[in-house]
Design a protein around this ligand. Structure first.
Ligand SMILES: *Cc1c(COP(=O)(O)O)cnc(C)c1O
Length: 385
C-alpha cells in the first residue's frame, strides 16, 4: 500500500506518463477577482467564464470564483450554462449568445438568463416568459458602436417603458466596449456617452458596460456590474502599462533527450534552423498540440523563448506537434538533464508575451491551452480559492 501510494505520488510529481502539464492557479484567479473588486469599490464584479473559462476549465474556475464571493457569471451558450450551474448552484448565470425559442426550456432547467440581443429575440422571450410564467429574468444588450450583438438605441427607446414595468422581464441592461484597452480611443468615449443615454431610459434597471479593460477606464464605465474575463486569467487589461494582474498559468514539458549537433547541421521540420556552432540541444515533450503557437519560435528577433532551470533558452527549429528542441549550449554543463521541466508559458514568459511573438492576442493562446496536456489545479485547498 505505502509503496503504491509513494509510487503514485512520484508519478504525479515527475509526470512521466504525459507530456506537457498545464498548471492553473485557482488562488491566483481568485486573487485577480478580488483585485478587480477592490478597484470597483461598491460596484459588483461578475466573471466571464465562457469558452471553458478561457480554456482553463469552466467548473474549477467557476467554483473557485463562487467561493471567493462572485455571484454573477457570463457564459456563451447553454451547454456552458449547465456546467457553470453545476459549479455555482446559487449564482446568476447569463448566456451571452442570446435566446432562441427552440432551446427556451433549457433556460428554465438551468435557471439561466438569456442576454437578449435583438428585437426578434425579445419578442420570442416575452412570449415564452408569459406562456411559462417564467420570472427568471434576462439581460437586454444594446449596441453602442461595436456592431456585433445588441438592439439599437432606437429600439431600446421604443421598449423602455414596457421593460421598466414588466417584472418578469429585463434584470440587466448591458453593452460591450470595442476598444477599451486602447487608451483614449474616441469610440470608447462615444460608447460611454451613448450607454449613458440608454441607462437614462431604464433608470430602475442595473446596467453593465465594462469588460476587463473597461474596469481600468474608471467610474464612467463601471455602472452597476462589471464583466471581466481576460484579467481574471492574468492577461494585461492595460497593455500600455505593467500588468496589474497575477500570473495564472504555467505550461511545462519535460526533457526527453539531450543531444549534440555539429556546426552546419539542421534541426527539425523544413530544416529551417542551422547550427552556427557545436550545439547542445534539449528535446522536450511539448508541442503545438499542447497550445504553444508554432509561429515565431525560431531564433529570429521577437521569437519567444523557453526556460530551463530558470534560464532562457531559444527554440532550435520549428515546433512540432508533440516536441520542441531548445538550444542549451549556453547553459552550464549539467544544468539541463533528462526529465527536467521546460517552461514555455509562465511568470517569466506570460501568455501576453507568447501571443505578441506569435502575432496574436493572449485570449487566443489561453483558449487553445489544455486540450491535450495534463491539467493540474493549484490553490484548490486554499479556503479563499
Ligand atoms: C467576452 C466578453 C466579456 C469579457 O471580456 P474581457 O475582455 O475578457 O474582460 C465581457 N462582455 C462580453 C459581452 C463579452 O463577450
Amino acid at each position: 500500500m505505502a509503496f503504491a501510494k509513494s509510487l503514485s505520488k512520484l508519478a504525479a510529481n515527475v509526470n512521466s506518463e504525459s507530456g506537457a502539464t498545464l498548471t492553473v492557479d485557482l488562488a491566483a484567479i481568485a486573487a485577480n477577482w478580488r483585485e478587480l473588486v477592490r478597484r470597483l469599490r461598491s460596484v459588483e464584479c461578475g466573471a466571464v467564464v465562457k469558452a471553458n473559462a478561457y480554456g482553463l476549465g469552466l467548473e474549477p474556475v467557476t467554483g473557485a470564483l463562487a467561493r471567493a464571493g462572485c455571484r454573477t457569471f457570463f457564459v456563451a451558450d447553454l451547454a456552458e450554462a449547465r456546467r457553470a450551474r453545476a459549479a455555482a448552484r446559487d449564482a446568476v448565470i447569463y448566456v451571452l449568445n442570446g435566446f432562441a425559442a427552440e432551446s427556451a426550456t433549457a433556460f428554465i432547467e438551468t435557471g439561466a438568463r438569456p442576454v437578449i440581443n435583438a428585437a426578434t429575440e425579445l419578442a420570442e422571450w416575452e412570449a415564452f416568459a408569459i406562456k411559462h410564467d417564467w420570472r427568471g429574468g434576462a439581460a437586454l444588450q444594446v449596441d453602442t458602436g461595436m456592431n456585433r450583438l445588441g438592439i439599437s438605441g432606437a429600439d431600446a427607446a421604443a421598449i423602455a417603458s414596457r421593460a421598466e414595468s414588466d417584472n418578469r422581464g429585463i434584470a440587466l441592461v448591458m453593452s460591450h466596449l470595442a476598444c477599451a484597452e486602447i487608451p483614449d480611443h474616441p469610440l470608447t468615449t462615444a460608447q460611454i456617452r451613448r450607454f449613458g443615454e440608454v441607462r437614462a431610459l431604464f433608470p430602475k434597471i442595473p446596467a453593465s458596460l465594462a469588460n476587463s479593460a473597461g474596469i481600468f477606464l474608471g467610474d464612467a464605465a463601471h455602472c452597476a456590474l462589471a464583466r471581466p474575463g481576460a484579467a481574471l486569467y492574468g492577461l494585461n487589461p492595460t497593455p500600455q502599462r505593467p500588468n496589474p494582474m497575477h500570473n495564472v498559468v504555467e505550461l511545462t514539458g519535460r526533457i526527453l533527450q539531450l543531444r549534440t549537433v555539429e556546426r552546419g547541421d539542421t534541426v527539425g521540420y523544413g530544416a529551417t534552423w542551422t547550427a552556427k556552432r557545436t550545439t547542445r540541444l534539449a528535446v522536450a515533450a511539448l508541442g503545438y498540440a499542447d497550445g504553444i503557437p508554432r509561429a515565431k519560435t525560431g531564433d529570429a528577433a521577437g521569437a519567444h523563448k523557453a526556460y530551463i532551470a530558470g534560464q532562457q533558452c531559444p527554440f532550435a527549429g520549428r515546433i512540432s506537434m508533440d516536441l520542441v528542441c531548445l538550444d542549451i549550449t549556453d547553459l552550464p554543463e549539467g544544468a539541463a538533464r533528462r526529465g527536467d521541466p521546460v517552461t514555455c508559458i509562465g511568470a517569466e514568459i506570460p501568455v501576453d508575451a507568447v501571443a505578441a511573438s506569435a502575432g496574436t492576442i493572449g485570449y487566443e493562446i489561453l483558449t487553445r491551452l489544455g486540450s491535450r496536456c495534463r491539467v493540474v489545479y493549484r490553490g484548490l485547498r486554499d479556503g479563499n480559492a
